[in-house]
Ligand binder design. Sequence first.
Ligand SMILES: NC(=O)c1ccc[n+]([C@@H]2O[C@H](COP(=O)([O-])OP(=O)(O)OC[C@H]3O[C@@H](n4cnc5c(N)ncnc54)[C@H](OP(=O)(O)O)[C@@H]3O)[C@@H](O)[C@H]2O)c1
Length: 430
Amino acid sequence: MVRVALMGLGTVGGGVAELLAQHQEDIARRAGEGIEVAAALVRDPAKARALNGATPRLTTDPEEILGDKSISIVVEAMGGEEPALSLLKKALRRGKHVVTANKEVVSAHGQELFEAAMIHRCHLLFEGSVGGGIPIIAPLKHCLAANEIDEVSAVINGTTNFILTEMTVRGQDFAEVLGEAQARGYAEADPSADVDGLDAARKLAILASIAFNTRVTPAQVSTAGIRSVRAADTRYATELGRVIKLVATARRENGAVRVVVAPVMLPKDHPLAAVNGPDNAVLVRGQPVGRVVFSGPGAGRGATASAVVGDIMEIVRLRNRPDKSQCTCFTSRPVVAGDGRPAPFYARVRLPDGHGALERLTAAFAARSVALASVTRKSADTSGYEFVLVTRPADEGAVRAAIADGAADIGGSVALNVFRMEDGEMGTSR
Ligand SMILES: NC(=O)c1ccc[n+]([C@@H]2O[C@H](COP(=O)([O-])OP(=O)(O)OC[C@H]3O[C@@H](n4cnc5c(N)ncnc54)[C@H](OP(=O)(O)O)[C@@H]3O)[C@@H](O)[C@H]2O)c1
């Protein structure tokens, strides 16, 4: 019997305890040995917990787990940077294999964790840290390992995808839908890590590090969230046959890796456009495989427990063969923030009445050599007009500079939102 300890017994840890208890016999058969939860570290042992038949011994003292030589696998499902990081390092130093779903720790401290795992001949698996129940880390590391990956693009934050989906379907504004997402448990009380794009940047850093075999950290990712998206933008996107998604993209360009998280207007037939609600999807383009899409529940008790227990079972199968190749960052490539490819851009602008404001703005685009595909007046009120401009493929910097030049000439700020427009095949913007 392999003895496992859980550090954290909330949504994910509780789901893991339940799954190991409920599917005990099948899991033992498939892993080759029985798996027993020896203890669970919690903050508050008196808290009521519905664990559907699982009865782990609770402790508030990490030493009861770290000091117990009979425990060979530690599952970290506490979340946050500390004390999770210190406990993971201690567990590895004491020769315990580790499974974690903590993208914050893996994305920022992967290197030191992998070094500790190598030195102490332990396995370190983290399938649950990206995409919840979607298998993506192991497929990238193993099944697709023969490929040269060109691009990974993904909808990997369920909270923002739920909000954008509701805004599109119901025509509601960001703040209204955020409140509902919080009430339904899809968004945290402090939603900033999700809505400002940081959570997606952490997950992208993990995926990019594996796909391109070089260390990418969240701080290197150009990150924009969805706070500025308005009901008007989702409505105009629909009119343009598009949908707004928070897209995380990592791609190879001349030996470097480009990384960006930003709201993007996708055509309705794009594989990521059909991912709705809290679901996630990851699109991988590589040679020779072509395009592969992984999709499913990006979070949740059962879905994430599925990934974590899969990792535990993998360690049970492999634990006597320490895997020296588990850290796949064996090269060092420059990491560049931003997408960098020319693309058409959508700009929603507000212009004052009179003074030739539209002519001045379009002249600013012409002066920056940015051609306009369409200019549409959307609404008017006493303070001015709202227009949507769609450019021909252009550099983002030139588009933003043109808007800034136009605003300076007109004498006030004009940009309400600027989004890149992607075509049906990420990587070949029209
Ligand atoms: N929720 C998801 O769907 C999901 C999906 C993918 C990945 N993840 C990741 O999984 C991890 C856990 O998330 P979660 O949603 O399961 O969190 P959660 O529901 O808040 O559970 C956290 C657990 O950790 C325990 N804990 C926290 N700090 C502790 C400390 N200092 N000492 C001892 N115990 C402590 C808590 O104890 P008490 O129960 O006593 O409070 C609780 O049992 C995070 O890294 C998260 O990003 C979550």
